[in-house]
Design a protein around this ligand. Structure first.
Ligand code: ADP
Ligand code: ZN
Ligand code: ZN
Length: 669
């Protein structure tokens, strides 16, 4: 049947698919890419439907230009999925779906398109490696393998301590899928920072007859195109990818695994602000396949749903390698142990010396990159701030500069205080670089390495540092979040944790959840091999229940307690939130505008919705743009979605004067 009108989504901020006059001879199908004129441009769009009529006058409709290539159509499930994401996060369908394709597939193609496609198809994803010996699964692992339902949609949460053998469980589950269908496809999602060549290799080695590819934002466009195409054409069996891999085209998708499901990098912080964990669950539902979320410290959202029975809960409480013991954690009251003007207290110094004497490695963890190496004037109290942002400019000793971490503004450290002229300008607090200096002074013979975003900006340099740690060339490794994640340091027997306290004073209600999670991870770095590990944590707040649970490695009690308090104070996951973010030149105008938005929302008198007052964002100015936010709260995600469906059109009508974004289920508010 000839269909006159063809409906196409393109990467433009339009809420409805565009109508075009079809060219029946092209025989385009739903899910195929095609070329269409948009304004004066030629764009790549995706066909989403046909009809005989259009609400647009037919004589004004443009004709499609034509097909692009003979690639198989994107599946109807994929279209349903991207449409859902678009509705849920209030972002036009075209702007959600089209940019998820690699550039190669969404650019108007040149003449050599087909030969380029054939070249892409030559990429080899199969690694034939010698078979390795498989470990014998322990009881806890076996239980997961035997009870995980593989045949249909269901969400399972695998709560297993670090080193309990979760990755081994993922590999066995994948094996089971292949046993049933060797052509099946599996998506293994990992946080950006965990997507190491070692992990991909571990997966590839286990499945030497299957094609394994990885997917992340740092890949070249060519690599992305080749991987996407192999996945789309069913030639790729396992895709190991970061958050954007949730949008990959996987026509034979049979299972989704999400490692470190609590990790905040699964949430996009710009553009369409989606949670790829939440979307992956929806995708599994649409495909009617199982999904497993794994973590040593599940997000409270997921843990709550496991407790309430929505998710099946699996627990793994023992380390898989027999001789590896859980490290002992000792809290050190820094107010009693302080060495004046120094970061390391007396006891910590003692223990480090002893560890080094035994020729074992020490890991020192600072809770945040560049934590307060802000420069201050000892005479008048001036502090180094960025002139463009409402943040502190941070001192970097290696460059001798003050740098703003938000906009990148940089200036040489002034010799005199810009306010009073005094020469007494000193760093406040201790960044990684300052602690590094202290360590080098205390143990001049030790080989000290630092691992943070500053020292690893070069591609691959983190790998080099980690390599030399593994080879035992490093005595003391000093670092931020990067060292916490998934690295298996066999010779580290002492972990020292500094700088946790500022987090306890944070106004962010998720700060404690995150701190516990990162500290559990860091503690897990001790005693991975045969050497028993020890963790020392310096704090002023030794009585805080967080540290109490941490020292017992008791995530479950910690989470239960914190969830109780969230329920009492009506915070997520017991409520749902959304943020309206607006930006402009002057914060006062932005706030005034947001107040108009608030009044419009109030006038709807929607039940179960609470609307707060507009406030400046905590980092109010970035690159001279000022941001404000309006917090909306609902009794549930469902109520929030229903409200937003009514409210969004009103909001978008008011958008013309300011840049406005909506963040549904925000992680920072
Ligand atoms: P996790 O992902 O929970 O941190 P892994 O799966 O990486 O844990 O396992 C930690 C270590 O224990 C790895 O070296 C792995 O090869 C090993 N391992 C896993 N399961 C077993 C087992 N059943 N028997 C012996 N070693 C195991
Ligand atoms: Zn001064
Ligand atoms: Zn700045």
């Amino acid at each position: 049947m000839d269909q006159k009108i063809i409906k196409v989504i393109v990467d433009t901020p339009l809420w409805e698919p565009l109508d075009y006059l079809n060219v029946p001879a092209e025989n385009l199908k739903v899910g195929e890419r095609c070329l269409v004129p948009v304004g004066r441009r030629t764009c790549v769009g995706i066909v989403v439907g046909f009809s005989q009529t259009s609400s647009f006058p037919q004589d004004r409709l443009k004709k499609i230009i034509g097909r692009i290539d003979r690639l198989s159509p994107l599946s109807s499930n994929w279209l349903r999925f991207t449409k859902f994401a678009s509705k849920y996060y209030l972002s036009p369908w075209g702007e959600t779906a089209v940019p998820s394709l690699p550039k190669f597939f969404r650019r108007p193609p040149g003449q050599r398109h087909d030969s380029s496609l054939n070249r892409l198809r030559k990429t080899n994803f199969v690694l034939s490696a010698p078979d390795q010996e498989l470990p014998v699964l322990n009881e806890e692992q076996k239980y997961v393998l035997d009870n995980f339902v593989q045949s249909k949609f269901g969400v399972s949460l695998l709560y297993g301590i670090t080193g309990s053998g979760k990755t081994e469980v993922y590999l066995r589950l994948i094996q089971k899928v292949f046993d049933k269908d060797p052509e099946a496809q599996i998506l293994l999602m990992v946080p950006e920072i965990n997507l190491t060549p070692q992990l991909v290799e571990r997966v590839a080695k286990r499945f030497p007859n299957h094609a394994v590819g990885s997917w992340n934002s740092k890949m070249s466009e060519g690599e992305k195109a080749a991987t996407w195409l192999a996945a789309h054409e069913g030639r790729l069996n396992i895709l190991v990818g970061t958050r954007l891999s949730v949008f990959a085209s996987l026509p034979k998708l049979s299972m989704i695994l999400i490692d470190e499901e609590h990790d905040s990098s699964y949430k996009a912080l710009e553009g369409v602000r989606y949670s790829s964990r939440d979307l992956a669950i929806k995708r599994a539902q649409i495909e009617n396949i199982p999904i497993l979320l794994g973590s040593a410290t599940p997000s409270f959202e997921s843990f709550q749903r496991a407790l309430s029975g929505d998710y099946q809960l699996f627990k793994m409480t023992k380390r898989a390698v027999q001789d590896a013991h859980l490290p002992e954690l000792e809290l050190i009251d820094i107010s009693k142990d302080r060495v004046k003007g120094a970061a390391l207290g007396a006891q910590v110094r003692d223990e480090i010396t002893k560890t080094l004497e035994k020729k074992e490695q020490v890991l020192i963890f600072l809770n945040r990159r560049g934590y307060a190496p802000v420069v201050t004037c000892n005479s008048c109290g001036w502090v180094s701030t960025c002139p463009h942002c409402s943040t502190f400019a941070v001192y970097h000793k290696t460059t001798g500069n003050l740098t703003c971490h938000y906009c990148g503004w940089t200036t040489p450290l002034p010799r005199h205080c810009p306010k009073c002229g005094s020469v007494e300008i000193v760093p406040l607090g201790r960044g990684t670089q300052r602690v590094e200096e202290e360590i080098k002074e205390l143990w001049p013979d030790a080989n000290v390495m630092r691992l943070d975003q500053d020292s690893t900006r070069r591609k691959g340099s983190a790998q080099e540092v980690l390599e030399s740690v593994h080879q035992g060339k490093v005595d003391i490794l000093l670092g931020t979040q990067i060292v916490a994640k998934g690295h298996d340091f066999k010779k580290v027997s002492l972990v020292v944790i500094l700088n946790s306290d500022p987090v306890l004073l944070s106004p962010d209600f998720r700060a404690r959840e995150r701190l516990f999670s990162v500290l559990m991870q860091v503690s897990g770095r001790a005693g991975r091999g045969e050497i028993p590990g020890k963790v020392l944590l310096q704090t002023q707040y030794t009585q805080d229940p967080l540290f109490h649970h941490l020292s017992r490695q008791n995530y479950s009690d910690f989470a239960t307690e914190e969830l109780n308090s969230r329920e009492k104070t009506r915070l997520p996951p017991f409520t749902a939130q959304a943020l309206v973010i607006a930006e402009g030149k002057k914060i006062n105008e932005v706030l005034k505008y947001l107040d108009e938005v608030k009044q419009a929302a109030l006038s709807l008198q929607y039940p179960g919705i609470h609307i707060y007052s507009p406030i400046p964002q905590s980092i109010m100015r970035i690159q001279d743009i000022e941001r404000g936010q309006l917090l909306l709260e609902a009794d549930s995600k469902k109520v929030m979605q229903e409200f937003l469906a009514v409210f969004a059109p009103i909001l978008f009508e008011k958008m013309n004067r300011f840049n406005v974004y909506i963040d549904v289920d925000p992680l920072n508010c």
